[in-house]
Each structure stands twice: as structure tokens, then as C-alpha cells.
Design a protein around this ligand. Structure first.
Ligand code: SF4
Ligand code: SF4
Length: 341
């Protein structure tokens, strides 16, 4: 399955150019008259300046309407406690970041519990797909490519797997990672407990302990630990879980009803889930369009030196792509790329 690509070039009108990309890729061919079309984006944690620019999303909404669909913007709540942890705060964040060009319907409801449990393949046996996603007729997956502390990078597969599942689905994926505390290194300072938004680590007799089933294996406590006593293990499992969850999400759509657009621009060190995503780590690449999440992510990785992410996060960026392909999600790990000139 091919990928269409347009290079980022600000000596051109990129809004006009991206429409040529959509036409060549048939981005909106998945829409039939009257379809309720989810425009799945990541609105960014409040204050993050590098999410997809609203005018591109405005234009996608226009194109969905032109194709006969009824577009709505959607994203799911976060498991961790920040500015998108419930439907109310998430909607406020979306509006503050400029995403008011169509109804914003939170994918998993007011408290992140609206989900459909579906069977899937791979490392997860089942996953909680966000209810609104599962009910949509078609979906345009709008992704911002960037680094990610746990999965190496985030693109279309991550936008599907993590982004289209409820809080329970997110926890299920994160729990495939292990967490170890080396008590011989622990000095009982409690910085891990302070760093955890749920204050899960306990300090017992001067040593940290974490046995909570609510722990989502995020990097906050390990990064705060001054002695390196906390380690996240088996991070590759999360890459497999993303692919597994993505398979479950796609099973709720009829074949050919999902299309992908990825913006490889403002490619930051960390993901859009943080208000402070760090430095931009490479030059802007361009915009990709495809009808396969495998192909579109592989095309991006094939164009950059993703070793920078592999080395920084000790995880292989290609793993989620290969796993998605292995599970039977259509696409190529070395896709043909049609450059729009
Ligand atoms: S990994 Fe650490 S910071 Fe993250 S939820 Fe678990 S205990 Fe809290
Ligand atoms: S931050 Fe590290 S050293 Fe301090 S209590 Fe937690 S595990 Fe122990």
C-alpha cells in the first residue's frame, strides 16, 4: 500500500499543497454521504505548542463535509492526571488550542469509561476501544510524528492504539511494561512518591515499594529518582501492545473506512502528552497520506535517522510497525512513496 508525501517547504502555500496530497492519496474516499466521521487528533497537553496546527484540521473538516460526511473532532482522555484527564478538561484544552472548528466529542466520555471491549490479536487478548470511535462510520487519523519516551516514537499506530482507547485500555497497554525497584540503591527520599500524580510508591522502613495495580509504568518516578533505583523494563512490550490495540480499534470499522494523514513537522524529543515536549530534534520533513497505518509510519521512519529515538529511549521504533504488520494490519514496512512535486 503506497504512501503519498509532500515535502515541508514554506516557500510554497502548504495549505494548497496539502490538498494536492489529499487528492493524490484519495484521503477522503473512505467517506460516504451521511457518514459520521471521526477526525482523530491529539490536541496536545495544555501549553504544548507543537501539536498539529488548527488550520490544517479546519481544512480537513472542510474536506470531510465536501465528501458528504459529518465531521467531528475527537480524542480520548488520559489515564494520568493532567489537563485532559476528563471530558470537561479535555474539551477546554481542545478549545484553548484552537480546535473549535467542528464539534469536539470526547472519545471515551466524561470520565474516560465509555468503551467497547473488543477481542484483538498479539500481546493483548482484548482491548477497550473508546465508545465514540467504535460508533463512528469512518475516521481520518491525523497524527503528529514525534519522539516518545516509552515507544520510541509516536505516529499513526500510536494514535490508533493508545489514542483511540479508553483509560482502561491505556492502562492495559502500559501494564505490559515492568517496573523494578532496586532497594539496595533506594535511600528512602520519597521523590518518586512526589513525582507520581497518584502518589503510588509507598516508603516503608526507608525503602520505596510499588505494588499498586493502578501504576501505569510512566517514566515520572524513575526520572525523579536521584539514585537510579527505579527501572522500567520490557519497554518493547508497549510497542507490541500499541500494535495489538490498533488492531482492535480497526476491527470496529468496515474495511476501507479509515484514512491517515501524518504531519512530520516540529518533531520533538517528547510526545504531545507533555506541556514541555523538549527540543525539536530534526528538520521538518513533510506531510504523509496513506490508507495504511503500517505504511505511513514506515514511510516516516524510512526518511529520518530514527536511531536518535532508539538510542535516547532504548527501544526500537520499527517494532510497533513490524508488529502491526505481523498481526495482519494491511501495509508495507518498506512502502513505495509517491512524492508530490
Ligand atoms: S510509574 Fe511511577 S510515576 Fe508512573 S504511575 Fe507508576 S508509580 Fe506513578
Ligand atoms: S526516589 Fe528513588 S531513592 Fe528516593 S525513595 Fe524513591 S526509589 Fe528510593
Amino acid at each position: 500500500m503506497s504512501v503519498h508525501f509532500i515535502q515541508w517547504n514554506t516557500s510554497h502555500d502548504m495549505l494548497k499543497e496539502v490538498n494536492r496530497l489529499y487528492d493524490a492519496a484519495g484521503t477522503f474516499d473512505c467517506i460516504e454521504k451521511g457518514d459520521l466521521v471521526a477526525v482523530k487528533l491529539h490536541v496536545g497537553e495544555l501549553g504544548n505548542p507543537y501539536h498539529v496546527q488548527p488550520f490544517f484540521v479546519h481544512d480537513i473538516v472542510r474536506r470531510v463535509k465536501e465528501a458528504g460526511g459529518k465531521p467531528f473532532l475527537t480524542d480520548s482522555t488520559t489515564y494520568y492526571c493532567a489537563q485532559r484527564n476528563n471530558g470537561y478538561d479535555h474539551t477546554v484544552t481542545a478549545l484553548m488550542h484552537g480546535f473549535g472548528m467542528a464539534p469536539f466529542i470526547v472519545a471515551d466520555g466524561l470520565r474516560g469509561e465509555n468503551a467497547r471491549l473488543v477481542k484483538t490479536k498479539g500481546i493483548l487478548k482484548e482491548v477497550e476501544v473508546a465508545g465514540v470511535i467504535a460508533e463512528a462510520d469512518a475516521m481520518i487519523v491525523v497524527s503528529h510524528n514525534k519522539g516518545h519516551e516509552l515507544s520510541g516514537f509516536g505516529g499513526a499506530i500510536k494514535n490508533l492504539g493508545m489514542g483511540c482507547t479508553s483509560q482502561a485500555g491505556k492502562l492495559r497497554q502500559h501494564r505490559t511494561i515492568g517496573l523494578e525497584i532496586d532497594t539496595s540503591k533506594c535511600i528512602g527520599c520519597g521523590k518518586c512518591k512526589d513525582a507520581c500524580s497518584m502518589h503510588l510508591p509507598e516508603i516503608i522502613e526507608g525503602k520505596a515499594r510499588n505494588t499498586s495495580p493502578l501504576c501505569m509504568r510512566c517514566p515520572m518516578c524513575s526520572e525523579a529518582c536521584p539514585t537510579g533505583a527505579i527501572k522500567l523494563t520490557d519497554k518493547n512490550n508497549l510497542c507490541r501492545a500499541l500494535a495489538s490495540a490498533a488492531y482492535g480499534v480497526l476491527s470496529t470499522f468496515r474495511k476501507g473506512k479509515v484514512s491517515y494523514v501524518s504531519f512530520a513537522k516540529d518533531i520533538t524529543q517528547y510526545c504531545d502528552c507533555l506541556p514541555n515536549p523538549g527540543e525539536r530534534v530534526m528538520k521538518d520533513v513533510g506531510i504523509f497520506a496513506s490508507n495504511s497505518p503500517v505504511s505511513i509510519d514506515a514511510a516516516f521512519l524510512g526518511m529520518i535517522d530514527y536511531k536518535i529515538f532508539n538510542d535516547a529511549y532504548s527501544v526500537d521504533c520499527m517494532l510497533q510497525v513490524k508488529e502491526a504488520k505481523n498481526l495482519g494490519i494491511e501495509g508495507d514496512t518498506a512502502p513505495k512513496i509517491n512524492r508530490i512535486s
